[in-house]
Design a protein around this ligand. Structure first.
Ligand code: HEM
Length: 485
């Protein structure tokens, strides 16, 4: 094999990579040492802004294979045939901590999946929880500020975490989920993934359905207790990354089975609660799980920075037959992600290999910008319409239209008969075993008892009381006991 030569960025050979050029043996360094200057300057520019949330994560490639016919519900091409395979890239993540944070912590996990379909990339940017803390995107920056590091102390503060929740009764369901056994997954392989939001599917006849996605882990759900997690963090702060990387390197390819719940669009208006409320699940007794296919992860990225750090997932990347629902949270996210990508990675982030479509051809009139690598051929016009057979619109609607009524304004969601913020939190509590309830109560009390203001504690206790009398009583007793210690 030919010997590899070390070069500068412009490709010239480097004579010495161990000694800087100096004026005489003991003299100062010369400005003409191009290799040294380039090396130091380049090193200073290695970091890019980290994701404002979900900064810490792990990625893997794989494929999605359709196992069941869903063409009655969607005309999405990648779901059009049993046996059809589509290449995928997934990024799992924790949410609250910055890059370098530990993996085995109590926090939701991101489950962001990119399908490289023949009709363009489809991104499903979900979590390992079927619900979320809030239901209006206008609250998101405040929510995240309260959960991340305090600007003065530089640490996550129970006072801020619980003060936000004291003002967000709708978070009670997700808090019950997070503080329960599933709040610390044993690894990324041992947790489910959810689209969480309601999405819209449209079939070839133009009929609309609302759907929720559930990826059930085939490795089995496994979680860690708070004590197990602290011990693991001490031994391997990167435990999720280690587990995923090693499993795939060993050829133990993790997989998930995708199911959907499907609601005919006409059911939505009269359903007993708002089906677009992200703080609620749809009972399986109303809308049973229907199997769609399986996701298999079989290849680790070659370079974490290039492929995982620079991966960009946007809930706004849909394909024909799949579109947004009126879920307000989802609507906010349709803006937020691509905007974050333009800031974090630049306007041409879609040219990066991990983000570029694989088989679909990108052909449009977007041009230029920093690091443009895709500018069309010399014969392509950069305006439309044109007389030169440039790319043109299809005139085929991507999704069925939604009927909208009412006046513009800052409204609360339309009223349904059972829209309260607590009943599903209570149902989740009552589903738990005696031991699970004990651990849930201990976890909540461990956090809430550290809060310094009584009024914040009282407001939070009121939420647990409203969810279930026994739940409220037990949390209250546990908090009081810890505060009297
Ligand atoms: C990451 C905003 C709610 C899942 C992000 C990022 C932003 C953001 C700006 C960083 C994107 C990047 O730099 O690449 C928001 C806003 C929300 C919201 C404004 C509410 C209005 C949610 C919800 C879920 C979710 C409800 C899950 C159901 C994720 C995931 C990532 C992420 C998985 C990491 C994506 C990756 O791995 O690159 N979010 N988010 N977010 N968010 Fe959200």
């Amino acid at each position: 094999m030919a010997k590899r030569v070390l070069t500068t960025e412009s490709g010239a050979p480097v004579a010495d990579n161990q000694n800087s050029a100096t004026a005489g043996a003991g003299g100062p360094i010369l400005l003409q040492d191009q290799h040294l200057l380039e090396k130091l300057a380049r090193f200073n520019r290695e970091r890019i802004p980290e994701r404002v949330v979900h900064a810490r994560g792990s990625g893997a490639y794989g494929y999605f294979e359709v196992t069941d016919d869903v063409t009655g519900f969607t005309r999405a091409d990648f779901l059009s045939q049993v046996g059809k395979r589509t290449e995928t890239f997934i990024r799992f993540s924790t949410v609250a901590d910055s890059l370098g944070g530990a993996d085995a912590v109590r926090d939701p996990r991101g489950f962001a999946l990119k399908f490289y379909t023949d009709e363009g990339n489809y991104d499903l940017v979900g979590n390992n929880t079927p619900v979320f803390f809030i239901k209006d995107p206008i609250k998101f920056p405040d929510f995240i500020h309260s959960q991340k590091r305090d600007p003065f102390t530089g640490k996550q503060e129970p006072d801020n975490v619980w003060d936000f929740w004291a003002h967000a009764p709708e978070a009670t369901h997700q808090i019950t989920w997070l503080m329960g056994d599933r709040g610390i997954p044993a690894s990324y392989r041992h947790m489910n993934g959810y689209g969480s939001h309601t999405y819209q599917w449209t079939n070839a006849a133009g009929e609309a359905f609302f759907v929720k996605y559930h990826f059930k882990t085939n490795q089995g759900v496994r979680s860690l207790s708070a004590d197990q997690a602290s011990e693991l963090v001490g031994k391997d702060a990167n435990s999720h990354q280690t587990d995923l990387l090693q499993a795939i390197e060993r050829g133990v390819n993790p997989s998930w089975t995708l199911h959907v719940q499907v609601m005919p669009a006409a059911d939505a208006a009269d359903y007993r609660f708002n089906p677009f409320d992200l703080t609620k699940v749809w009972p399986h007794s109303d809308y049973p799980l229907q199997r769609v296919g399986r996701l298999v992860l079989d290849r680790n990225p070659d370079n974490v920075f290039a492929e995982v750090e620079q991966a960009a997932f946007s809930p706004n990347n849909f394909v024909p037959g799949i579109g947004p629902s009126p879920d307000k949270m989802l609507q906010g996210r349709l803006f937020a992600y691509a905007d974050a990508h333009r800031y974090r990675l630049g306007v041409n982030h879609t040219h990066l290999p991990v983000n570029a479509p694989r088989t679909a051809v990108v052909d449009n009139y977007g041009r230029d910008g920093v690091h443009a690598t895709r500018n069309g051929s010399r014969h392509d016009k950069n305006y439309e319409p044109n007389s030169y057979a440039g790319p043109a619109q299809t005139d085929a609607a991507l999704a069925a239209p939604l009927a909208i009524h009412g006046w513009t304004g800052t409204h609360e969601a339309p009223a349904h008969t059972k829209d309260d913020d607590f009943f599903q939190a209570g149902e989740l509590f009552r589903l738990m075993s005696k031991d699970e309830k004990g651990r849930l109560v201990a976890n909540i009390a461990g956090g809430l008892s550290q809060v310094t203001r009584d009024d914040v504690i009282e407001k939070n206790l009121a939420h647990f009381h409203a969810a279930d009398a026994d739940y409220g009583k037990r949390v209250e007793e546990a908090v009081r006991a810890l505060r009297e210690d």
